[in-house]
Write a protein that binds this ligand. Structure first.
Ligand SMILES: Cc1cc2nc3c(=O)[nH]c(=O)nc-3n(C[C@H](O)[C@H](O)[C@H](O)COP(=O)(O)O)c2cc1C
Length: 424
């Protein structure tokens, strides 16, 4: 019986353990988590979602405070077109976050950054250009373009000296999206170095419809992508993602020809994960019925989360003067419309209103109040010990990584028991 360690993910003449830890914004896939994956010979992701806020928390910068001060005059105005990101500061934050992570890298693996393109930041093209180029400046090993994939994003960094040396990958949920991306990129003569195929059981935003995600299956889509690349004689590593819960699940994709797997949910209850410990306990306690897919993300993509997510049904005033990562090219966000509608219906006041159909995703992701998770979150309790106080023991990233790497027979190794409560 094979195990993940019998396979290697190859980029050129370099080989890696074929396990990628997926990007989880906002700072849920921390530097610490990504660094562990790299140390163990795999690939870790940090995320650049809300990077200015991440920088403030980690490096005592004051990007958010200064932006809030600059645009304070606009806080009660629901037209957010004036609230622009300063591109110089954005680059600085990106270089800090990525540069400091890369400085600490040890071991044979790689660190990539997940760039969610749906973070349109009131200037989609220019802000994305800055994020991508600053990431390359800061020495990132690779960039994964995710949710909201634009077909010309490679072009935004084509002049960077590292454009052909850094690994560049894309996340798709269908062979069709891949076909379009490849066609549109033909003139750059620069193929993606890897393609992550994300199925409907993943955490975060989904590349499927709210009503039809149940009709898709990762093995089928991965098979279609592999067949297409073979027919086109394109040698691009394919990484399967979404619902790969055990080492044996991973092996099933590697045996069909995938070059690796991208996993995330099992790492959400590791000590290195950025979620607060109390939220990690919520994830572990969740039952299957607690996990829902809804449309409250203003991005327009369905999102999977715990039913008890505090971000559902709040009256949060749109926080765009401080954040504004979801503002589109015209300075709008679907949450602003929903919030306004409720305020108008309530006679002009937001007292006591509940906005049910959308959420202020920036504010709530930033505060870890949007509990996005993968479908199999309800199985996390089978991966650890229940402590005498009723809490669950948190894991180390190394333990989970090695369990994926070495386990067989769909078994999940439990960690050595810790006496103390992991979370009080
Ligand atoms: C808490 C959480 C947050 C996530 N955030 C992002 C994100 O910001 N960008 C992204 O491309 N994928 C995101 N994902 C998806 C993962 O990177 C990954 O592809 C997927 O969850 C893998 O499936 P698994 O969780 O079943 O292992 C997130 C997943 C989780 C669990």
């Amino acid at each position: 019986m094979k195990r993940v360690d019998d396979f290697r993910l190859r980029f050129g003449d370099k080989q890696y353990v074929p396990i990628m830890i997926g990007g989880m914004g906002v700072d849920i896939s921390t530097s610490e988590l990504a660094l562990e994956a790299a140390r163990l010979g795999g690939i870790g992701h940090i995320s650049d979602a809300m990077v200015e806020d991440v920088s403030d928390r980690r490096f005592d910068t004051t990007f958010v405070k200064e932006k809030t001060k600059l645009y304070k005059f606009n806080i009660n105005n629901m037209d957010k077109a004036v609230v622009q990101f300063d591109l110089g500061r954005l680059a600085e934050a990106q270089r800090l976050h990525i540069g400091r992570t890369m400085e600490q890298k040890k071991g044979p693996g790689l660190i990539f950054v997940n760039c969610m393109e749906k973070l349109t930041m009131n200037g989609p093209r220019e802000t994305l250009r800055v994020r991508l180029n600053a990431a390359l400046d800061a020495g990132i090993d690779g960039i994964t373009l995710s949710a909201g994939l634009h077909f010309n994003s490679f072009g935004l960094m084509a002049d960077h000296p590292r454009f052909r040396d850094a690994k560049l990958g894309i996340i798709v949920s269908s062979v069709r999206a891949l076909q379009i991306f490849l066609r549109k990129n033909q003139k750059l003569d620069r193929l993606p170095d890897y393609v992550i195929v994300e199925g409907p059981l993943a955490g975060g935003h989904l590349g499927f419809g709210l009503d039809d995600w149940q009709n898709y299956d990762l093995h089928t889509i991965t098979g279609e992508v592999l067949a297409y690349l073979k027919a086109e004689q394109l040698d691009i590593p394919v990484i399967a993602a979404g619902g790969v819960f055990t080492g044996s699940d991973a092996v099933s994709f590697l045996e069909m020809g995938a070059a690796g797997v991208q996993v995330a949910t099992r790492f959400t209850i590791t000590k290195e994960c950025g979620l607060p410990d109390k939220v990690k306990q919520e994830y572990i306690r969740a039952t299957e019925d607690d996990i829902i897919v809804n449309g409250i993300s203003p991005t327009g993509y369905p999102m999977r989360m715990l039913r008890s997510t505090p971000a559902i049904g709040t009256n949060t005033r749109p926080g765009c003067e401080s954040y504004g990562y979801l503002l589109d090219a015209t300075g709008n966000c679907a949450y602003i419309n929903s919030y306004n509608r409720e305020v108008v219906a309530n006679g002009g006041s937001d007292k006591g209103i509940k906005v049910m159909d959308k959420t202020c995703l920036c504010t709530h992701m930033r505060n870890f109040n949007c509990w996005t998770c993968g479908h199999y979150t309800y199985r996390l309790k089978d991966t650890t010990h229940k402590l005498p106080n009723g809490e669950y023991q948190l894991l180390t990233a190394e333990h989970v990584f090695k369990d994926y790497q070495f386990s067989t027979d769909n078994r999940i190794a439990l960690p050595p028991k810790e006496e103390e409560a992991a979370c009080v």
